[in-house]
Design a binder for this molecule. Structure first.
Ligand SMILES: *Cc1c(COP(=O)(O)O)cnc(C)c1O
Length: 457
């Protein structure tokens, strides 16, 4: 049969809309969306026929209309299962939130709140009071301010206090965090004049001292976040930098990156500088993220001297970087876990960090058993999870991985990634592996089901 004949068999939009399945779709999703999906289907099919394909039966066209509608209505931002073993995974949305944080966010999202309303006085209040008291209580800081994220916090601090002035930083701390966020670029963007001192591996207090001039306003320390400096290295302690800054009447900004309120050492990790340590050492302003090791929603936390925080609150750019009510609610609920001494059990990031090998082995065994029952060949292999999120760059935690024995690990990984829900895995030694550490217990059933389906055939 010729192309023209095949084209003639292709139904019109109206005819396609009369098909039972398509008519049901129109009733469910509305006429306009369905017509547009039907048009697209017919356009694509017409082209395929011109390229030599046969005209498919109406049922096939109807199914395609259905698929196109589903694809169009599916949100682009969807929950995924993180089986990579990277706990604070920036690409996968960083910190999962505790039940209490989620319900606090839901409660303020549902209706109105006293976000900027002083209930005692019955008049306008400030949104910035909401997390401030608990942050000060936890860290010993005089005052605190929460903004959109830590990048915003760093930019804000530099713009407010250092525009047109000099800020001294070690060459060993000129970091690129990821996603193109480079400390030297942010400093320049803020209008601050960046003065680099020391060498990549060694910077001394006297290097900072020699660079101080009339225009100098601050010394800055930046957490290296994603790389380690090892071997023949030196840098002053924060206390030494504070001493110098104080003696010369300068400010000291400390960008902690992740920021942690809990000591990492008891978990078998290297020491990650804590927020409390920076505050106690006397940094003028300390900044960190809300959604890295802190385990809360995306936010930038600024802590420090009351007079400086007061100036930041009044600085016009602060309004542009302000944080919304759901974030404040989620952050406050997350911080309450620390206040109550229950962070290791309640904050998901810390719950994952604290999972011991025995618990992980038990979960991995249960997964293997269930997968085997479904005809999937899987086995346990020893491996390492990582903390991620710009903290403890080389730190790993021992884990028990579930390795799937499958023909092509790449194909299986792609199938899992594009499934519903998407499952993000890791390929190690040519094997597709799943790390139980980062899979939330409530996701286990779904995970095993989609893995079995993706790997079996
Ligand atoms: C992650 C990080 C930032 C950026 O923080 P966001 O909350 O992602 O904006 C800034 N500085 C350092 C040192 C970091 O590690």
């Amino acid at each position: 049969m010729g192309i023209q004949e095949q084209l003639r068999k292709l139904p019109s939009v109206d005819r396609l809309l009369q098909d039972e399945t398509v008519a049901e779709l129109a009733a469910q999703w509305g006429h306009e969306l369905t017509v547009s999906a039907a048009r697209e289907t017919l356009d694509v099919t017409r082209q395929a026929i011109r390229d030599g394909a046969a005209c498919p039966p109406v049922e096939v066209l109807a199914r395609e209309v259905d698929e196109r509608l589903a694809a169009r209505l599916r949100p682009t931002l969807r929950p995924a299962i993180n089986a990579t073993g990277v706990i604070v995974h920036t690409n996968l949305g960083r910190a999962p939130l505790s039940a209490e944080a989620r319900s606090a966010m839901d409660a303020v999202a549902l209706g109105y709140s006293n976000l900027e309303y002083d209930l005692d006085a019955g008049k306008r209040g400030s949104r910035y009071i909401h997390a401030e008291e608990i942050l000060c209580q936890l860290t010993g800081a005089e005052a605190a301010l929460v903004v959109n994220n830590n990048a915003a916090a760093v930019l804000l601090i530099l713009m407010c206090f250092a525009r047109g002035r000099e800020v001294i930083i070690s060459r060993g701390q000129l970091v690129e965090i990821g996603g193109g966020f480079r400390i030297p670029d942010v400093m320049r963007q803020s209008g601050a004049v960046l003065v680099e001192v020391g060498t990549t591996n060694r910077t001394y207090t006297r290097d900072y001292e020699a660079a101080i001039r009339e225009d100098t306003v601050a010394l800055m320390r930046v957490h290296r976040s994603n790389f380690l400096l090892m071997g023949f290295t030196h840098e002053p302690t924060l206390a030494e930098m504070v001493d110098l800054a104080t003696a010369r009447n300068l400010l000291l900004f400390d960008d902690l990156g992740s920021g942690t309120l809990l000591n990492t050492e008891p978990y078998g990790l290297a020491h990650e500088p804590t927020i409390q340590e920076s505050v106690a050492a006397g940094a003028s302003l300390v900044s960190c993220s809300g959604d890295k090791l802190l385990g809360g929603p995306q936010a930038g936390i600024i802590l420090g001297r009351a007079d400086l925080i007061a100036r930041l609150k009044k600085f016009p750019l602060t309004r542009a970087l302000r944080v919304d009510k759901t974030t404040l609610a989620g952050l406050q609920a997350t911080l309450r876990h620390y206040l109550l001494g229950e962070a290791a059990e309640k904050v998901p990031v810390w719950r994952m960090i604290s999972l011991d090998e025995q618990a992980l082995r038990k979960r991995a065994r249960a997964w293997v058993r269930k997968l085997n029952e479904q005809g999937v060949n899987a086995q346990i292999v020893a491996g390492r999870s990582t903390v991620g999120g710009g903290s403890l760059p080389t730190a790993t935690l021992p884990t028990h991985l579930v390795a799937l024995v499958t023909g092509s690990p790449d194909t299986a990984a792609a199938r899992l990634r594009t499934g519903e829900p998407p499952v993000i895995t890791r390929i190690e030694d040519d094997q597709l592996v799943l790390d139980p550490r980062t899979v939330l217990p409530e996701q286990e059933g779904t995970l095993l089901q989609v893995v079995a389906e993706a790997v079996r055939d």
